[in-house]
Ligand binder design. Structure first.
Ligand SMILES: *[C@@H]1O[C@H](CO)[C@@H](O)[C@H](O)[C@H]1NC(C)=O
Ligand SMILES: *[C@@H]1O[C@H](CO)[C@@H](O)[C@H](O)[C@H]1NC(C)=O
Ligand SMILES: *[C@@H]1O[C@H](CO)[C@@H](O)[C@H](O)[C@H]1NC(C)=O
Ligand SMILES: *[C@@H]1O[C@H](CO)[C@@H](O)[C@H](O)[C@H]1NC(C)=O
Ligand SMILES: CC(=O)N[C@H]1CO[C@H](CO)[C@@H](O)[C@@H]1O
Length: 405
């Protein structure tokens, strides 16, 4: 009895202390303006709580802006002997025409079937270690070990595989075409061999046809294996090294300068990873109350993967249309080319980590603050109806990530 009374009192005082508005209770109610009313019919309250901005919280949002968000948790996960895979393609996120994404997990020794794609493939290993193997049209090859934080890029058509080296190996995949399940996108070696007449296989490889009696007819995709110890391949055309390498080893590269001091930024595009000609990416961590400054990308759609934390972004698509989205780890998003946006950390406890990908050779952005600072100040003051002294103080250098206060 005593305990019950105590906990009820505790609840009451907690409620008094943390004064919440209707939106943070998962209801479309603006306590300040009196607009809105509770949802009586069917609703997914957990999702409403996770997406307060879908409930109309931002009075600056306006007009119809299509959905720009997809959570990997909404994707079908395919499970295999050696791990799992789940993807986000154009039918999940229709505005992401440039890029499709996936997450994959390989157990120790597990092998992604040998294959190639008509698209470029970009990968970011965020856990474990991978043995990567690839061969190009000139017979140049690469056998390389990746650690967490490393990135790879295979141009279209390059033959490849990866094998998990630790107990858990997990990575993000990005392809430079949103329509990744289209016919003729992925070609699996055992699939091809199984659909080639055995006498042709025998003639092609110069062996007896019976060698191929056990080629699987159902394709494992991610199969169990044992750790390969055969990493010292020698070939006539040599290894892909230096600027030809398909691998970006994070430890060999510096972070970019972040004048705003709000976090870290790593640029992985053709200026730092020359082979990555069609997929450019930026890796961001955002510190307490920090803000990725208002900006847009002049060269491509932005595809985003949130790796850790929670975030908010408002996307302005022109024509008085803007919409705010709430994000958390595992979400993907697309911001249409040239649309203005910011990204803000909304977690009280966690650093925000995300990755931006562009179907381009470079990461490019135009900063709103830099633009205004480099435009005649009286003109800016007159257009925005703000004091010219405010414009005089705007920073002329891109801040990228702004510190919280
Ligand atoms: C695959 O290997 C794992 C160990 O990594 C084992 O637990 C599992 O049973 C194996 N699955 C199959 C289908 O062989
Ligand atoms: C990988 O995942 C394991 C299991 O969750 C974790 O203990 C480990 O710290 C992770 N390693 C990295 C590099 O993230
Ligand atoms: C490498 O693996 C093969 C089997 O795949 C085995 O026969 C050989 O002994 C191994 N070599 C070493 C040095 O472990
Ligand atoms: C490698 O690429 C970088 C960046 O594009 C370039 O600055 C450098 O000169 C290249 N090095 C060689 C040896 O080609
Ligand atoms: C705005 C906001 O809540 N920012 C949070 C971002 O993450 C840090 C932890 O790194 C929190 O301390 C901040 O409160």
């Amino acid at each position: 009895m005593h305990l019950l009374t105590f906990s009820l009192l505790g609840l009451a005082s907690a409620a008094t202390l943390a004064k919440r508005d209707g939106f943070s209770d998962g209801e479309p109610i603006n306590d300040a303006t009196g607009k809105g009313a509770p949802i009586i019919g069917g609703t997914n309250h957990e999702l409403d709580l996770q997406n307060p901005d879908n409930l109309g919280r931002q009075s600056t949002d306006a007009g119809y802006v299509p959905n720009l968000k997809w959570s990997f948790s909404d994707s079908k996960t395919n499970i295999f002997p050696g791990g799992w895979s789940r993807e986000q393609i154009i039918s999940d996120l229709p505005l992401s025409t440039d890029i499709a994404g996936a997450q994959q997990h390989l157990k120790k020794g597990a092998i992604r079937e040998l294959h190639w794609h008509r698209t470029a493939e970009w990968g970011y290993l965020y856990n474990g270690s991978l043995l990567l193997s690839a061969v190009d049209e000139n017979g140049q090859y690469q056998v390389d070990t990746l650690e967490a934080g490393d990135v790879w890029y295979f141009p279209p058509g390059v033959a490849h595989t990866v094998q998990g080296q630790q107990d858990a190996n997990e990575y993000l995949l990005v392809f430079d075409d949103g329509d990744f399940e289209a016919q003729g996108t992925t070609f699996m070696i055992d699939d091809w061999v199984a659909h080639t007449p055995k006498d042709i296989l025998a003639k092609n490889f110069g062996v007896d046809a019976s060698v191929f009696n056990n080629v699987p007819s159902t394709f494992p995709y991610i199969l169990n294996g044992t750790i390969s110890n055969d990493t010292h391949i020698v070939g006539p055309a040599g290894a892909l090294v230096g600027n030809s390498s398909y691998v970006y080893h994070a430890k060999d590269h510096k972070l970019e300068d972040v004048p705003g001091g709000g976090g870290t930024f790593r640029r992985i595009d053709s200026t730092t990873f020359p082979v990555a000609k069609t997929i450019a990416s930026g890796f961001f961590t955002l510190e307490p109350k920090g803000l990725r400054e208002l900006h847009w990308h002049p060269n491509a759609q932005e595809w985003v993967y949130f790796h850790q934390g929670t975030a908010r972004a408002t996307v302005f698509i022109g024509g008085s249309k803007a919409r705010t989205f709430d994000f958390r780890a595992g979400d993907t998003a697309v911001f249409p080319t040239n649309s203005g946006h910011y990204i803000e950390n909304t977690s009280e406890t966690e650093e925000l980590i995300w990755i931006e990908n562009f179907k381009s050779d470079t990461v490019e952005d135009i900063s709103l603050t830099q633009w205004l600072a480099l435009t005649p100040h009286d003109i800016v003051a007159n257009v925005l109806k703000i004091p010219v002294e405010v414009v005089d103080k705007l920073k002329t250098e891109k801040q990228i990530l702004i510190k919280g206060n």
